[in-house]
Write a protein that binds this ligand. Structure first.
Ligand SMILES: [Fe+2]
Length: 401
């Protein structure tokens, strides 16, 4: 399959090509000419955390990410620390307040550790902002240039759900390690001998949790403002246990690089995981990031060895004859998946392997998914039942169910 598209700067840096990305995250062909808001791909996921210095160590030691850039008091930024980490095409920016008056600390008090900015690389910032404004989006930052000795970045930002934003970044004229104001930085951390070069290569999707009854509004926002289209759709009974339910729709950029499932709580007998998120995050926000890996077994083993905890999958999931016949042949024996709690789903295009971590911060809010796609463009619909039951067991332990 030939896909006539450009790579993001991070993808080029990670030496990924379009065929690999098609396998990893399900890229599709599309015609940019008719797109009112062309998006090349992900630029960065920017976090506000309680302790960026320690979080940066966590993502290096446990997630195998690499420190590449830094901004902080030593570089003239007296407000906060910011550590830029990467793994393949995935870039995280971890920010934590230094100045007691830093707005980041206030944000963190309200939301806990979370994602403040899902930044996207676009070829034409001004065109995107013009379209977004005409479609009623809130422009948080007008298009402007920021420059240093490495060149110029053109950037703007629009608001999305809750206090989350989308920065729009054109870095085609920039060669620095991240943005002006940041300096290149490596850590003294050395991976153990034999450790894989990276555990994941790309970002597959970022899920947003929105308020009850507002999912369709946000779906319409992504259609109207950003020219996204619908992918899969899971509604009502599709994702329900006896006690809790959610509604979910998925919107994607033209090339499917950027995929945003949007969830809202549905009425159930007990409080759903989405309700729990909304209460503890203090409103809508990003719920989970799906990291695309080409070897989920190795990634899970490395993460677990480093102390990352995953949701448990009951043995009954693997012995269920209906599941066995539904998933058919996959690249490893089922026992290998069972030993690690990895879930499988299959659709008409192929299959995928996936697993979810427990929340990674103190609040029961943000968590990660690892996903290994083999042709399937789905999100693991067939696993939602098993998954929700596992989440509810955790909720019950926390006294929130
Ligand atoms: Fe997901």
């Amino acid at each position: 399959m030939s896909i006539d598209q450009t790579l993001t700067s991070q993808e080029r840096l990670a030496e990924l090509d379009l065929d690999q990305l098609q396998q990893l995250v399900g890229l599709v062909e599309y015609d940019e000419a008719g797109d009112p808001f062309p998006v090349t791909g992900w630029d960065a996921v920017v976090w506000a955390v309680g302790n960026a210095t320690q979080a940066a160590a966590f993502y290096q030691l446990a997630f195998g990410m690499e420190l590449v850039a830094y901004s902080g008091p030593e570089t003239g930024n007296r407000d906060h620390h910011a550590y830029v980490l990467r793994s393949g095409a995935v870039r995280f920016v971890l920010k934590g307040g230094v100045d007691p008056a830093s707005p980041l600390l206030e944000h963190h008090r309200r939301h806990g550790d979370g994602i403040v900015d899902i930044a996207l690389e676009v070829p034409d910032v001004d065109r995107c902002v013009r379209h977004a404004r005409a479609q009623g989006a809130t422009v948080l930052e007008e298009p402007h240039d920021v420059s240093d000795e490495h060149g110029t970045v053109r950037v703007a930002a629009i608001a999305t759900y809750g206090e989350t934003r989308h920065s729009l970044v054109d870095r085609s004229r920039y060669t620095g390690p991240y943005l002006p104001g940041y300096v290149a930085r490596r850590s003294t951390h050395r991976k153990p001998d034999g450790a894989p070069k990276r555990l994941f290569q790309a970002l597959d999707h970022v899920v947003g949790n929105v308020e009850l009854g507002r999912m369709d509004e946000w779906v319409a926002f992504y259609h109207r403002v950003m020219g996204f289209t619908n992918m899969a759709e899971f509604v009502g009974d599709d994702i329900a246990t006896d006690y809790s339910a959610l509604m979910s729709k998925v919107v994607a950029s033209g090339n499917h690089r950027v995929k945003f499932p949007l969830n809202e709580p549905a009425v159930g007998k007990k409080r759903s995981q989405i309700d729990e998120y909304l209460e503890f995050y203090g409103g809508p926000g990003a719920q989970h990031l799906a990291l695309a890996t080409n070897d989920i077994l190795r990634a899970v083993d490395a993460l677990r060895d480093a102390g990352v905890e995953f949701l448990a999958t009951p043995d009954s999931y693997y012995t269920d004859p209906a599941l066995r016949s539904r998933i058919g042949e996959v690249r490893v024996p089922i026992e290998e998946l069972q030993a690690r709690g990895i879930l499988v789903d299959r659709d008409e295009d192929g299959y995928l392997l996936q697993i979810f971590t427990k929340p990674i911060g103190d609040r029961p809010t943000v968590f990660f998914e690892l996903i290994e796609r083999h042709g399937s463009l789905g999100f693991g619909k067939g696993n939602f039942q098993a998954l929700f039951e596992a989440i509810e067991r955790e909720q019950a332990k926390r006294g929130n169910f």
